[in-house]
Design a protein. Sequence first.
Length: 131
Amino acid sequence: MRTEPPVDLLVARLQAAGVRVLVPVTLARPRLEWADLADPARTPLGQEVLAGVDVALVPALAVDRDGVRLGQGGGYYDTTLPRLRELAPGAPVVAVLHDHELVPRVPAAAHDARVDGVLRPGTGVTWLDCR
């Protein structure tokens, strides 16, 4: 989205290096499907494709130092991230933020999925001690 940090160059470099980039396809709330970015038809690949994920870059409005992620309230990633952790247990989950969106505290509920780190344009990756 236009309000999110730009990742076009990162994605282009990943693809140029031969990395398969998966993108979300929104289904009935709160489900996400996954497609290969290189596939213009965005053919759904099923949830099992998450087993091959090495690192997950996810959107967020803010993240706190405990890894609590504030999304847009749809629950899509709060339901997807536990499945990702089940299928690809070693894959870190990194929220892509603007520099000012790593904050001291974010309101949290029991169902909120946490992230392992944040990627910001000005500072790169910051790993969080949240596990």
